[in-house]
Design a binder for this molecule. Structure first.
Ligand code: HEM
Ligand code: HEM
Length: 179
């Protein structure tokens, strides 16, 4: 039965690699923003946050492109319409987030006149003289999208756990390749 089939291998790799990276970056970003005092140590860690973020941007283009071309599987099991619709909204929101989180960060750095060195491999360019208006706007969006992403992620996680533990259907198993 088609609905019971596993997500294909590339979809599973894309999903779990980006999931680990995005959750790591959300925790890292909140830690940097909320708990870390200013100083050279913070500046160095922000450099790591930015470099990983730029790599995520390119992985995200591939991940979202692949999903748009391949489409989604139908629901793993029959469920109420509101559940199916909210799951889909969360999926689309999370797909948007893997592109918009790094993009807003990159544009913030671009207009803030801060080129981003990506682990010595290449450098993302920036304007010569900082322009505080767009830089501030993009960093504001970066923080706002982060909160929205955390909300969607909690919804997504609660859904995955409910399907697995309460409904005991194949939703989680088919993303693990075990349907
Ligand atoms: C790829 C996914 C990314 C995620 C999930 C992410 C997540 C976050 C989060 C949650 C925060 C804290 C925001 C707040 O509470 O207002 C943050 C801050 C920040 N992010 Fe990102 N980020 C990503 C990529 C990037 C990129 C690509 C750049 C720049 C090239 C960047 C630059 C920054 C900067 C400069 C801060 C502010 C740190 C501070 O206030 O001390 N981020 N990020
Ligand atoms: C530990 C955390 C996570 C768990 C347990 C989890 C679980 C799942 C499961 C079971 C599915 C399949 C749903 C179905 O077949 O109908 C799924 C799909 C999906 N998840 Fe997650 N997920 C997690 C984290 C994330 C994160 C962090 C993101 C994005 C930032 C994400 C984005 C998506 C998207 C876009 C889909 C739709 C299919 C696809 O394009 O991969 N997930 N997730």
């Amino acid at each position: 039965m088609r609905a019971q089939q596993n997500w294909d291998g590339l979809s599973r790799i894309n999903h779990w690699v980006l999931a680990v990276m995005m959750i790591g970056m959300l925790v890292f970003g909140v830690y940097l923003h909320e708990f870390m005092p200013r100083g050279p140590e913070k500046a160095a860690l922000i450099g790591v946050h930015k470099a990983v973020g730029v790599l995520i941007f390119f992985l995200a283009l591939w991940r979202v492109g692949y999903r748009l071309v391949r489409g989604f599987l139908p629901d793993a099991a029959p469920m109420a319409r509101w559940q199916s619709v909210s799951a889909k909204l969360a999926h689309w929101g999370l797909l948007a987030s893997v592109v918009l989180m790094p993009l807003t960060g990159m544009l913030g750095s671009y207009f803030g006149a801060r080129p981003v060195d990506v682990f010595g491999m290449f450098t993302m360019p920036a304007v010569e003289i900082a322009n505080a208006d767009p830089a501030g706007m993009f960093m504001g969006l970066h923080g706002g999208f982060a909160k929205l992403t955390i909300f969607l992620l909690l919804l997504h996680l609660a859904g995955a756990l409910k399907h697995h533990l309460v409904d005991r259907d194949a939703t989680l198993k088919r993303m693990l390749g075990r349907a």
